[in-house]
Structure formats: C-alpha cells, structure tokens
Design a protein around this ligand. Structure first.
Ligand code: HEM
Ligand SMILES: *[C@@H]1O[C@H](CO)[C@@H](O)[C@H](O)[C@H]1NC(C)=O
Length: 651
C-alpha cells in the first residue's frame, strides 16, 4: 500500500495527442470540450486553408474556394495529421525498444463494421464474447481496436492487467474521458478522481474505514498507522450486529409469503440482495438505514424489466431505478465513445438520475453536519471508535458535496457488487444441489442451526470460501474496467502464455520486444476473460468447481500466480471493502442455509426478454449452459433479476 505515497505525478512529456491541451478543463464541461474539439477538427483546417490560398499562394480566391478543393485539402490535412501521429508514435516506440500492439483490420474504413458488430453484440450476445472472439481471431491477448482511427487498447492478458493495476500503476490513471462520463453521477467520489484529489479522498477513506472494514487477520500489517489503530479493536465486530439485523429482515421476507406457501412463490433474489446490501451498507456507513427492505417488492410474473433487474413502482423504486439508469447511461456513453456529447447537447441524460439519487442522500449529509456543529458547541467529543464513516467524513470536511459524493460512491461500491456475488452464489446453489448440500453440511457443522456467529466460525468455513471465490472467478462483479495511459506512453511486460504455443508453432513471433502502450490512450481490461482463461486455469476453466480452491494441483496455479484472480482489483487502488464483503456474504449465507436447503430457478416468471436466447445453446463454454442472462453496466447483473423458489424440505 506504500506505493500510494511514493507515487508522484508523471512529468508531462511531449504530447502526441492534440486533445491534451484541454486536459485541465473540468470533466463536467463536456459541451465545451466538444465545442473545442469541433473547432479543432473543422474550423482550424478551414482557417489554415483560407490563409494558404489567400496569403501564401496569393491565388484568386474564387478559383480555389470551391468545395472540391476544400474537400481535397481536408483529406490531405487528415492524412498528414495521422502521418505525423505515426511518426511520433514510431519515435516513441524506438525510444522504448517496443513493438506495436496488433491492430484490428476491419472491412470498412475506420473499422466501422467492427463498431457496428460490437454495438449489436452488446444487445444480444453473451457477456464479453465479442472481445473474446476478437482475441481468438487475432491470436493475441492485447489488441488495438482502432475504431474511428482512434487507438483503444483491449486486453485480457493477465500480465498486462497486473501491470495496469499494480506494477505499472504510475503509467495509468482513470483519465479524462472516464471522468467526463461519470462526473454528473459520481462527482468527486473516490471512483472518479486521480492523483492529488484521489489521494486526498483516499486519505479520508483511510482514516475512516480502511481499518473499519478490515477484520482482525490483517491487523498486524497496518499497525504502523497510529491514527487508524483504534478501529482495529476487536470491538468493531459490532459490524456483525448490522449483518445480523438485515439478514434477519431479508430472511423474513423470504419466508413470509404466508408460511404455507414458502417455496411456492418465486422471488427476485437479485432485487432482495440489493436491498439487503444497501440497507446494511447505509447503516454501516452513516448509521442510518435507508430501509429499502421495507418498501414494495417486485411481484413474480407481474414485474417489468427495469434498467438492470426488475422494476418497482414506489419512491424506493425511483431511487433504485435512477441509481441503475445512471450506470446504464455511463456504460452507453463509453460504447458510443469519444463523441457521446453530441447526443446529449441539450440534455445531460444523467441530470435527472443524479438529482433523484442526491435527494435521498442530501438529508443525511445535512444531518451529519448539523450533529457535528451541535457537538462542537456543546464541547462533546465522541470516542473515535464509535464514529461511523459519515461522521468521520464530516470531521474531515465541511463540504456537503464532497461528503455526498463519497457516500454515493461507497453505496455503489457496496450495493451492486455484494448483491451480484450473492445472486450468483444463489444461482449456483439452484443449478448444483450437491453444492448446496455440502455448503449446508459445513454450515451446520461449524455454526450449528442457530445462535450467534463469530469470526472464528466464519474463518473455518473453507468450502464456503471456496464457493465464494469460485463464484467471483466466473462472475467477477466488476467484469471489465477502463484506465487511460498517461502522456508519454510506456511498454507493457511480455504477454501471458495464452497464445504462445500457437505462435511458436507457426514461427510467427520471433520478436521478443515488449508491446508499446501509446500515451493518453484508453485501455479496457477484462478480468472476467482472464479468470476464465484455460491457459491459466486449466482445461476446466469454464466449469464451476469450488474444489479447485481446495486441492493441491489446481490450487497451486493460483498460489504461484495470485494475480490471475483479481475480482477486487489490485495495486494501490485495490478494493477497500474486500474483507467487509467476504464477511457480509459469508454471514448471510450461513443464516440462509441454516433456514433453507432448496433453491430452484423459476424461468416461467422471468420478465420477457430476460431469458437466454435459444441460439446460445449451440455455442461453447458457459454460454451453452447458461440458464440466465448475465450482463454488465459498470457491474455485473442478471438481466430481469434472478427469480428463484427458496424452500425448506420437510425435515
Ligand atoms: C463482492 C464485493 C466487491 C467486489 C467484487 C468489489 C470490487 C472492487 C473493484 C474491482 C474495485 C476497483 C475499481 C476500480 O479501481 O476501478 C473496487 C474498489 C473499491 N471498493 Fe470494492 N468491491 C466489493 C465490495 C465493496 C464494499 C462492500 C465496499 C465498501 C463498503 C467497497 C469499497 C470500495 C472502494 C471505496 C473502492 C475504491 C478504492 C480506490 O479507488 O482507492 N467494495 N472494488
Ligand atoms: C480466495 O481468494 C482470496 C483472494 O481474494 C485468497 O486469499 C484466498 O486464499 C482464497 N480462498 C480459498 C479458500 O481458496
């Protein structure tokens, strides 16, 4: 973690990318950015054209100022610009002793056919399959899509992912474009800032919670941080009270459709788990319950599809739907790419979503700031250990916007990811009853049929941990992510062995030079594909088999190379909530399995359009067997929700 503090901003190297001059603009100014870009693209060449024809050549304007000659000029302009870029990139490559990342060669200019194929695929095909097909077609794990003549790197290469997140951290940042897309929704939240601002925010977070989330196992490592030590006290186990309360409420809902019909009425567990995760996180973070578990639940067979899962029509529904819509909008923007502002010139599609979400959070922020004032006036100081995250935030800053943005980012981090994990564990319990049986036996052996749960007990649930890891491997809640390289570029380490065998057989790749990552360029990395890569995980990589986490030979692959499993990311920006998430999920599953033993899917009540298309059956890997439709919008989710019957067999 020390890298965070060693890390200094990169010097600004000579710029290849001309857009960089606008980098100081605030990310919320997307219209201004577009305006300047259009100036650069259309007006600048026109002015140059005018000057050349009138001043330099002193030609008769009327003769030259014709559309055809203007057109020719623009073409020459573009060609020379891309030529110049190429020369500069080549110089950079030579300096680094690196070679080009392979480029996609589409049938149409600007790879427009590939773009159209991708846009279509996002609607109908299996998650991230478009990317996988490209990697297979080009027989490499890192590719440049060159869509609309713009460099955009995609990678499923484990070594390159490790470099972006960890060993080469200083060469990357979230970047301008990502911030621009997320600004309206996430603002100054920890997910949406780099460098100074991120360091500031993450120091606040450090003080408030790094410790609070961390269970006692990792205590030692952090002992040197004096200011955070109070949180390490075992008393923080009080978090278990929170898990207990909301788990109980959730299980009540599962068993409530009047007890005689338990197991007969399907419920959307994805929706339920999202409420559970949000209520627990809101109490944990700001000591107040958003109480979404008490609001109207979606009804089997009557529920329409919401932005992600199922839709509900009450005030809570409006929060959830705005919260999810906002994520969809951000995802759609990244698919449209660089020119998305063209479609939002008159209306920021996230303005309303952000407003609805903010209306939920603002009262909490006001309340915390008010409390702080009151305490200060009365001269009371509550012990550090008793403060929650919001109170710490209010201690660190008086800016309600900063506080609100941090809360929102954390709710996003805590809700959708944990709900996703629990949803897919439930999916596996439904399709593999043997797994359920074994899990349940372990739970009953170590925790009994009821009674309080301790850290020690959770730590002894080896099979449970293996099931959770295996679920996170096949369905990482953050299946893909984006970074941007800093100006100046860098070289990537050698690729992982995925396509090495083929290369060597074909004698195609004798060039041992590293790949050149151009400067100021987006790189999309795909943990989901890396975590299903047969070369890394063995020929059964697509198979759900928790035992791979418990057995010598297969486990040794992971032990030798832990970075092939990065559901929580890695490096300085690794997830802060990892231990919290493991504890929360395990706790919930223990209680769930103490009460229930049978889970079955209810495809007949999945909303229209949420079941996998029939043609998936003829494909390979997990896609052929999939009973649900996994999809991604910032985080992974099941389209239309996961409708299951949860039952207790007659004992
Ligand atoms: C299964 C559950 C979870 C998964 C799979 C997960 C995964 C991730 C991933 C992949 C990142 C890196 C994002 C990026 O850098 O672009 C991340 C960051 C983060 N996570 Fe989690 N997360 C989970 C639960 C939680 C929970 C419960 C919390 C808080 C209560 C949390 C708080 C955070 C925060 C604050 C960051 C940002 C760290 C930074 O940028 O410095 N996460 N998480
Ligand atoms: C699960 O993965 C974590 C890394 O996230 C690892 O430390 C742990 O050993 C794994 N657990 C099991 C049971 O393999």
């Amino acid at each position: 973690m020390e890298t965070v503090f060693r890390y200094i901003s990169m010097p600004i190297l000579p710029q290849i990318n001309p857009q960089f001059s606008l980098s100081n603009m605030h990310p919320s100014n997307y219209r201004m950015r577009l305006f300047f870009d259009l100036l650069r693209i259309f007006v600048l060449p026109s002015v140059v054209f005018y000057l050349i024809t009138t001043q330099l050549i002193k030609m008769n304007i009327n003769l030259l100022m014709t559309p055809p000659s203007y057109f020719v000029f623009i073409i020459c302009w573009l060609i020379s610009k891309s030529f110049l870029t190429r020369i500069l990139q080549r110089a950079e490559r030579q300096k680094l002793g690196a070679k080009r990342i392979p480029c996609i060669r589409g049938a149409w200019p600007g790879n427009v056919d590939v773009l159209l194929k991708m846009l279509r695929a996002f609607k109908t095909s299996y998650i991230l399959d478009v990317y996988l097909q490209l990697f297979e077609e080009y027989q490499c794990t890192t590719l440049n899509t060159r869509i609309l003549w713009t460099d955009h790197i995609i990678t499923m290469d484990q070594e390159h992912i490790k470099f972006v997140l960890s060993t080469g951290f200083e060469h990357f940042w979230r970047g301008r474009w990502q911030k621009e897309r997320m600004e309206r929704f996430l603002g100054q939240g920890i997910f949406n800032r780099d460098d100074e601002m991120w360091r500031m925010v993450s120091e606040i977070h450090d003080k408030c919670q790094r410790s609070a989330f961390t269970d006692t196992i990792v205590t030692q490592k952090n002992q040197h941080r004096g200011n955070t030590r109070p949180f390490f006290a075992r008393e923080r186990i009080s978090d278990f009270d929170i898990f207990e309360r909301y788990t109980a409420q959730t299980l009540n809902i599962i068993s409530s459709p009047s007890s005689h019909s338990v197991g007969k009425t399907p419920i959307d567990v994805q929706d339920l788990y999202s409420r559970f995760a949000l209520d627990a996180a809101s109490e944990f973070l700001f000591g107040q319950n958003l109480d979404t578990l008490s609001a109207t639940l979606p009804v089997a067979g009557k529920t329409k599809m919401g932005p992600k899962g199922s839709a509900t029509e009450d005030p809570w529904g409006s929060f959830a739907s705005s919260f999810e819509m906002a994520q969809q909008v951000i995802t759609a923007r990244s698919r449209v790419g660089y020119f998305w502002p063209v479609f939002e010139l008159f209306r920021d599609k996230n303005a309303l979503n952000a407003e609805v979400v903010h209306q939920w959070l603002d009262p909490l922020v006001r309340c915390a700031l008010g409390e702080k004032e009151k305490m200060k006036k009365a001269g009371i100081c509550s012990p550090v250990a008793e403060k929650n995250f919001l109170q710490h935030l209010a201690e660190s800053t008086d800016d309600p916007i900063i506080i609100r943005d941090q809360l929102l980012s954390l709710l996003l981090a805590a809700r959708d990811t944990t709900a996703c994990l629990l949803t897919f564990v439930t999916y596996f319990m439904a399709i593999y009853p043997d797994v359920t049986k074994r899990l349940r036996a372990e739970v009953l052996e170590h925790c009994g049929a009821a009674g309080s749960i301790t850290y020690e007990q959770l730590r002894n649930l080896k099979y449970m941990r293996a099931v959770i890891n295996e679920t996170l491997r096949l369905y990482p809640p953050v299946p893909l992510n984006v970074r941007e390289s800093r100006a100046g570029g860098c070289s990537l380490p050698p690729s992982d062995p995925t396509f090495k065998a083929d290369y060597n057989a074909n004698m195609m790749d004798h060039d041992p030079r590293p790949l050149h990552m151009p400067g100021s360029t987006a790189i999309t990395f795909l943990p989901l594909l890396a975590q299903r890569n047969k070369e890394l995980w063995g020929s059964d990589a697509d198979v759900f088999d928790p035992d791979r986490w418990l057995e010598g030979e297969r486990l040794s692959r992971f032990v030798a190379n832990p970075m092939m499993f990065t559901p929580f990311s890695a490096g300085p920006r690794i997830c802060l909530g990892q231990n919290y998430a493991y504890n929360e999920a395990s706790f919930f599953l223990v209680r769930l399995l103490q009460q229930f033993d049978t889970f079955s899917l209810a495809p007949e009540v999945q909303p229209d359009g949420s079941l996998p298309p029939p043609q998936w059956k003829h494909k390979k890997g997990r896609q052929a067997e999939e009973k649900i439709w996994p999809a991604a919008a910032l985080t992974l989710f099941v389209k239309g929700g996961l409708w299951v019957r949860v039952a207790r067999e007659a004992h």
